[in-house]
Structure formats: C-alpha cells, structure tokens
Design a binder for this molecule. Structure first.
Ligand code: AMP
Ligand code: MG
Length: 491
C-alpha cells in the first residue's frame, strides 16, 4: 500500500543526518487524510485501512523500505546564526516517486525527540498540525508552490505548551527538505565536499530539467540564480495573496522554492503593509512588506555557502555571487508586477502599470479595506460602480479616484470586459484561510474533538476561486470580536 521508497538522502554520508526511528505514540487516530495527494504519490488505496494509515502516519509502524533519519541543518533565526538546529521533531521516512516521476520527501512532523531536539519534546500540538494542514493545502489550491499535507493523526497523548493540548503528527510531503540552512550547516564546518554534494542533489532534484546551463561549467552559479528566481516568484505570490509567513529564517527557506513551515503565518485582512502577526517577531522583521527583502537576505546566506564552489579566486567568486543577489531585486520586481497585472486584469504590459497597482494598494490601505475581497470584487467593477466593492472601504475616496484610471487602462486590452472579469476571478480568490476561521476549527477539534468544522473549511478552501452558494460566511473578514492580531509558533 505504501509506495516504494528511494533512499536518496539516507544514502548520503552519515554526517548529513542522524538515524532515528519515530517514537511510538499511545493511541493514534487518523483525523485527516489527503486522498488526492496520496493518489498522486501512487499509494494503493484499494484496501483503505484507517488503522493501518494511523499506524504509519503516527510513526508507530515504519513502512517497509523506509529508513528514517533526522536531517542536519543550521540556520539564521531572526538574524542570529545557530550552527546546529536540525530536525528536532521531524523524521524523513525517505523519498517516493510521484506519478509524474518526481521524487517527493515524506516526513513525519511531531515524531518524538531526536538528537537535534535541544531539550524540547519532539512533539507537535494538534493546533499547529491542523493549521499547517489547512494552510499548506489552501496555498496549493491557490497556486503557490508549497509543501503538502498528506495526513494528520492524533497521538493520544497530551503535549504541554502554554496549556496541555492534544498531541498530533503531521505527514508532510515536500519536493525536498533541502534548505538554505542545510547548506549553512556544512559551510559552518568548512565542509566543502558536503556543500557540493548538496548542491548537486539540489540541481538534480529541482533544476536540472529546467536549465541546461546547470549541466555545464558554472552550474553552482546557475543554481544560485535558479533558486533566486524561484524565491522571487514565490514571495511575489505571497504578496499577491496578502500572505505573511512569519518566520522567514534561513532554515525555513527551501532550495526548491516551496513555502515551508506554517508556524505563525497568517493572511492579512485590512491591507496594511507593515502588518506582523507573529508573537515572537517583536521587531517586525518579517512584516508583510519586508518579505521580498528577507528572501534576498536568505539568498545572500546561501550564496556565502557556495563561494568556494563558484571560483578558485575568492574575490571573483564573491563578485559573481553578489551580482546574482543584486539581480534578485529586478527578478522580484518583475514577478511582483506580473502578479499584480494578473490581479488587475491587465494582459498587456504597459508603462504605468506598476504605478496603477501601487495606487490601488494605497487606496486599499487608506480605506482599511480587506485585501482579498478588495481584489475579488474589482471584477464587479470593470464597467460600472460596484457597491459591494465600495462598501469594503472605510473611506472610498482613493478608490473612486482610482477606478476611472483603471478602466481607461482596461480599454487598451484586446479582450472584452467580461473576459477580463473572468480572468480576474481565476486569480483573485474568494476564499482564503482566514485566521479566525482557522482558529475556530482548531478550537472545535482540540477542545471538543469535533472535526466537522475542520473538514468543512478544508472543503471550502479546496475551491478558492469558485463561488460556493451557502458558504458566504467563509469569505467574510473576521467580525470585530474575533479579529486575530497575534499568532503563535505553537512549536
Ligand atoms: P521551526 O520553528 O519549526 O522552524 O523549528 C526551529 C527548530 O526548532 C528546528 O530545529 C526544530 O526541529 C526545532 N523544534 C521546534 N519545535 C520543537 C519541538 N517541539 N521539539 C524539538 N525540537 C523542536
Ligand atoms: Mg522550521
């Protein structure tokens, strides 16, 4: 039933990981299972056996062919370097080949104390597990590269955070778990060969098919550039959705360009570029508007690890790397503009589009309007004024000034307004995982063992661009009493 494992990572030299079997839990119970993803991964589900799945996805039974390891990595956390983080509560079972022939990591998160646990318990509370499940799957449906959630299992034991909570295990699927921090771990130990091994693995798994330059001479510089391109595209997508990751530490920055680690993440409601949710981000380092530049900062840390591979002459190597890091800015700007053009229904590229997009954001901000609905309801206003749009704004003066400018710009397009509206609705979601909804369903699950609200929300978020009659409430911003201002890592 479990697809065959490839043991690419576990076959690397011993110092890349610690062998580690998941620590069994007392009473595993499957609370969520992602059937479409399981099918994509080639699980045989003809004999669907929930007990079996609960055993596998809790770590109580190690599936045949798996060789669990905790991966070594380092990382800059809020700007401070820690040379040894590693999987403190996660275990990589191995890689499987999906139906498109790509290798995908299967990891259990919350699998018990590992040699990297640094005194913490190695477990995960149910709340963060459900949050990651919901948000990562929602991101996937929203078209954002992301790790996926295959299953969530309740462990039957309590974990102690601020209060005791039900423990849980999340099964995470990723293109790989290689992070900037993985490279840093070896660079900090001056282990060039290990960095080269990682770089080769990253090229092979994530970039080889895309860029033939990676096969030849400057393959490590090409790798850096390819990662920069993916990060630029990724963060531009986040920005287009009002998504705030919350902990863009280098250990949470993947080489594949997938979003990883949904700790204190949140979606912005009223547009505010300085928005921060995470309770531990006191300085606002990872505020919404800083995200593009934090990704660049992380890329610079990756570049540092690659210096010895870029050129024998160190000065030359630094110059080459610096050039790529600098170029990230224009890569990002281009990606952001492409995202904004789509959101505003602009197919052609014209000068002034950037200013037009910025002016709309300004109007959203001045009116304290909901970011998601502000874009969504624009489609109603391609020709005529839409009361549903204006009512989102505390003060709609900026909007009213902006609309004629935008409509004039739309007149340059070769397609009709109806088609423009349809295209906009295909990129501006109606449903996102709103923070208060996420907290509601977590509370029902954790306090009442009621997973119906979680399942219902999951279903809504599976079709984020399609109006779902009877589910209007899911599209609404939080009522004042339920507004979320702070999120917690919950690790
Ligand atoms: P994160 O905040 O999830 O990115 O984790 C940062 C680091 O802390 C990683 O090395 C994790 O493995 C480790 N960590 C987080 N939570 C726990 C936990 N409950 N037990 C052990 N290690 C943890
Ligand atoms: Mg992490």
């Amino acid at each position: 039933m479990f697809p065959a494992f490839t043991l690419r990572y576990a076959r690397l030299p011993e110092h890349f990981y610690e062998r580690f079997d998941p620590v069994p839990v007392p009473a595993p119970r499957l609370v969520a299972f992602n059937r479409p993803l399981a099918e994509e991964l080639d699980f045989d589900l003809t004999q669907f056996d929930e007990t079996r799945l609960a055993e596998w996805f809790s770590g109580n039974v190690v599936p045949q062919g798996a060789e669990p390891v905790a991966q070594a990595y380092a990382g800059h956390q809020f700007g401070h370097f820690n040379p040894r983080l590693g999987d403190g509560r996660a275990v990589l079972l191995g890689e499987v080949t999906d139906r498109e022939g790509r290798l995908r990591d299967i990891q259990l998160k919350g699998a018990g104390m590992t040699p990297f646990s640094r005194g913490a318990d190695g477990r995960a509370p149910l709340g963060p597990v459900l949050r990651e499940y919901l948000v990562s799957e929602a991101m996937h449906r929203l078209g954002v590269p992301t790790t996926r959630a295959l299953a969530a299992v309740i462990s039957g034991e309590r974990v102690f955070r601020r209060v005791p909570e039900p423990g849980a295990v999340l099964t995470r699927v990723a293109a790989s778990h290689l992070r900037v921090g993985t490279f840093q771990y070896f660079a900090a130990r001056d282990d060039r060969e290990a960095v080269r091994t990682l770089a080769d693995m990253a090229i092979e798994r994530h970039y080889f098919a895309l860029n033939p330059a990676l096969a030849k001479g400057d393959r490590y510089l090409a790798l850096l550039e390819a990662v920069a391109q993916r990060q630029a595209a990724l963060v531009a997508k986040w920005m287009g959705l009002g998504f705030i990751h919350g902990v863009m530490n280098t250990d949470n920055c993947t080489i594949s360009g997938e979003t990883i680690d949904y700790g204190p993440c949140a979606f912005m409601e009223a547009y505010s570029p300085t928005m921060v949710f995470s309770s531990i981000d006191e300085q606002g380092r990872y505020a919404y508007r800083n995200q593009p530049w934090l990704a660049q900062w992380n890329l610079a840390r990756l570049a540092e690890t690659l210096i010895p591979l870029l050129h024998d002459d160190q000065e030359r190597a630094v110059a080459l790397a610096t050039e790529v890091i600098k170029r990230y800015e224009s890569l990002y700007e281009a990606e952001w503009l492409a995202v904004m053009r789509e959101k505003l229904g602009l197919l052609k590229e014209e000068e002034g589009d950037r200013e037009l997009a910025e002016a709309f954001l300004e109007a959203l901000g001045a009116g304290r309007a909901d970011f998601t609905l502000g874009f969504r309801r624009l489609a109603e206003a391609v020709e005529v004024d839409a009361p549903g749009l204006a009512e989102l704004f505390d003060n709609d003066r900026g909007l009213q000034e902006w609309l004629p400018r935008w409509r004039e710009r739309l007149a340059h397009e070769d397609v009709g307004r109806e088609e423009i509206a349809a295209r906009m609705n295909a990129v501006n979601p109606l449903y996102i995982p709103r923070n208060h909804q996420v907290e509601r369903v977590i509370a029902a699950a954790a306090e009442q063992d009621d997973f119906a609200p979680f399942d219902a929300l999951r279903e809504v978020l599976a079709e984020p661009f399609t109006e779902q009659p009877g589910r209007e409430a899911y599209a609404q911003p939080a009522p004042p009493t339920e507004r979320v201002f702070r999120t917690f890592c919950g690790t």
